[in-house]
Design a protein around this ligand. Structure first.
Ligand SMILES: NC(=O)c1ccc[n+]([C@@H]2O[C@H](COP(=O)([O-])OP(=O)(O)OC[C@H]3O[C@@H](n4cnc5c(N)ncnc54)[C@H](O)[C@@H]3O)[C@@H](O)[C@H]2O)c1
Length: 348
């Protein structure tokens, strides 16, 4: 793979990222959480939402666009619903608190929704939904993002890449942007010097489909599956910014932009499986469904059928055993940020 010339173990990488965040003024428990969430994404092969984000997170702290120490506050708790104001704190810290409320209230009421506003980028949604699944619950997590996606039949951006994720106690986890791919995959392809990205990923700034990463990062990601992706992107927007009372689309800011708060809204829903049946029975039933789906004979050109979560769990096992490959561009950018913070990179 082009540019994959560093291999590093997860614990060493995590410690490095934690030190960079600490040096930038992030409290140590939050620095550890951010590092763990980013390295978890790398382990799963979701490199677009891995440690490369450190570069942007630290820049946002340096410019004062994100408050590394804010914890946020509960605006209201009413039955099984919490509205949370992240007060521009680190997205991972806000999400950790919100997940905690969702798990607590779902155990109490059977189901819970935590609606967060004024948050920051929380990395890959899977990290948060998995926390709920680990608690024996079904976790549904969504997030709005800056308006960089044109609606179906439009040429100006009106929606974000708005990820949607569901995890459950069992062998299935769906985590996807509502664009063909997350914009950070396009940024990463550019950062690591790829000559082209696949058809169907992006438009250039004029709304013309492009495979040139440089044109794509100045352009727009394509909505997933045409008007259906636009519709799901709207659904995420309604459950995130509209429901939370959060910032409107045009006021939500991407991590690559300077001088503005992110103002992201997030949605955390937990369903307590034990209210329906014992968790072990649910897991067995989910496993039967997964096995049934996978029993489909592979189509020509494929060796097997997978379900959501399979590629990432396989990669996780592989990278825990053999280390995480990082592109030279990503590694060098991290080293620049580390040097400015007086942090020495680990030997690789
Ligand atoms: N924080 C944010 O603002 C933000 C915004 C957008 C996306 N994201 C994150 O970006 C990440 C990447 O999103 P993406 O849409 O590029 O992911 P993707 O396209 O790589 O994968 C999407 C889903 O498809 C499943 N999948 C992949 N190949 C499969 C196959 N052959 N068979 C069956 N299932 C398969 C995966 O398991 C995954 O659940 C996600 O973690 C998402 O949360 C975050």
């Amino acid at each position: 793979m082009l540019g994959s010339d560093i291999t590093i173990s997860a614990p060493v990488l995590s410690e490095y990222i934690e030190r960079i965040h600490q040096a930038a003024g992030v409290p140590s428990s939050t620095a550890r959480l951010v590092a763990d969430s980013l390295v978890a994404a790398n382990l799963r092969g979701v490199d677009s939402h891995g440690v490369q984000l450190t570069v942007w997170y630290i820049e946002r702290i340096r410019t004062g666009d994100m408050d590394p120490c804010a914890e946020g506050r509960v605006v209201s708790e009413n039955g099984c619903v919490v509205v949370y104001d992240g007060e521009n704190g680190v997205g991972q810290r806000v999400s950790e608190i919100c997940c905690g409320h969702a798990v607590r209230l779902a155990a109490q009421h059977g189901v819970a929704i935590v609606s967060a506003r004024e948050s920051n980028h929380f990395g890959a949604a899977a990290y948060w939904a998995q926390k709920m699944a680990d608690a024996g619950q079904i976790g549904i997590v969504m997030c709005n993002a800056s308006t960089i996606v044109p609606p179906w039949q439009g040429r100006a951006p009106r929606l974000g890449t708005n990820p949607i994720c569901m995890a459950a106690p069992g062998p299935w986890l769906l985590d996807m942007a509502t664009t063909t791919v997350a914009m950070n995959r396009i940024y990463k392809a550019h950062m690591d010097g790829y000559a082209r990205i696949p058809d169907g990923w992006a438009f250039d700034a004029n709304g013309v489909p492009t495979t040139d990463p440089a044109a794509a990062i100045k352009g727009m990601p394509m909505p997933l599956g045409g008007y259906k992706g636009s519709g799901i992107g709207m659904m995420v927007e309604i459950l995130c910014s509209v429901l939370s009372g959060g910032a409107k689309r045009e006021d939500v800011c991407g991590i690559h932009v300077q001088g503005r708060k992110a103002r992201a809204s997030q949605f955390f829903m937990a369903i307590d499986v034990a209210r329906f049946m014992p968790v072990a029975e649910f897991t067995a039933r989910l496993t039967q469904l997964v096995d049934y789906v996978k029993s489909s004979p592979p189509a020509p050109g494929y060796d097997e059928v997978m379900v959501a979560g399979d590629p990432e769990w396989r990669m996780d096992a592989e990278r825990r055993a053999h280390g995480i490959p990082l592109g030279r561009g990503t590694w060098d950018k991290l080293a620049e940020v580390a040097a400015r913070a007086g942090v020495t990179p680990p030997e690789v």
